[in-house]
Design a protein around this ligand. Structure first.
Ligand SMILES: [Zn+2]
Length: 256
């Protein structure tokens, strides 16, 4: 346990959405005195949670997971079960998630209320669906985090606690623990380490927004979609034309 407050160091370098920058960012956090932690126990001063919401690129998540593992950081990766761009039961994705787990990272549910309800739902209904998804994810990857992150959360989910799971948007993550998130690449305008460093920190990144080379938000999204379409075309051809049913697409790399 680290009982010292992290020391302030004003960032000088602009944010680039590259894996190299991400590695330097984590190194800076470790140098500032932060100790990695998870969602299982209350956060102590000087601790940080490293969280990822995988909206569309488990392959990029694997890249980030390797960087973290090399630095001795164990992170939590939240996955969608209802995203048209990836499927946790698809072998290459299941393998990637398994590899993340073997590095010490944890997999959890990234839950989209929008898939089930137009507006606010009862706590009972949310819990029921979340636990169903968690069970389904456990079939694919085994151990699943008690914590759940909501995808594009509406305000009714903020500061709310649920029976049966920990929400990454419950009260303590608004009051007691500072939050630095890269949504829409907003870190370009507001550096995540600018100003006074907080005692306790939750960092959220979306792996799909990152890459070997820097790219702006729109470019990154369209590149990711193109890469996924290309993989889908190849999959269709191999399965239906060439009748090769057991291809590990990672042999082709990540297209970037
Ligand atoms: Zn999301």
């Amino acid at each position: 346990m680290n009982t010292h407050s992290p020391s302030r160091r004003e960032p000088t370098e602009p944010v680039e959405f590259t894996f190299d920058w991400y590695e330097r960012f984590l190194t800076d956090l470790l140098d500032a005195g932060y100790t990695p932690a998870d969602y299982d126990d209350p956060l102590e001063p000087g601790e940080m949670i490293v969280r990822h919401d995988i909206d569309f690129s488990p392959r990029k998540a694997l890249e980030m997971g390797r960087i973290e593992a090399d630095l001795g950081i164990e992170a939590t990766y939240f996955v969608l079960l209802n995203c048209p761009l990836y499927n946790v039961f698809y072998k290459p994705i299941r393998s990637a998630l398994g590899e993340l787990q073997s590095m010490g990272h944890t997999i959890g549910i990234h839950f989209s209320t929008h898939q089930y309800w137009d507006g606010e739902a009862s706590s009972t209904a949310v819990t029921e669906r979340v636990l169903e998804e968690r069970e389904a994810l456990a079939c694919a990857v085994g151990n699943v985090s008690e914590a759940v992150s909501f995808h594009r959360p509406d305000e009714w989910l903020f500061r709310r606690s649920f029976e049966g799971f920990t929400s990454t948007y419950e009260e303590r993550f608004f009051t007691d623990i500072a939050y630095r998130g890269d949504s829409n690449q907003r870190w370009r305008e507001e550096h995540p380490l600018a100003g006074e460093l907080p005692d306790k920190l939750q960092i959220l990144t979306h792996p799909g927004l990152w890459g070997d080379e820097d790219a702006d938000f729109e470019t990154r999204l369209s590149n990711e979609v193109e890469a996924e379409l290309e993989r889908t075309r190849r999959f269709m051809h191999e399965q239906l034309v060439e009748k090769k049913y057991n291809v590990d697409e990672f042999q082709y790399g990540t297209n970037e």
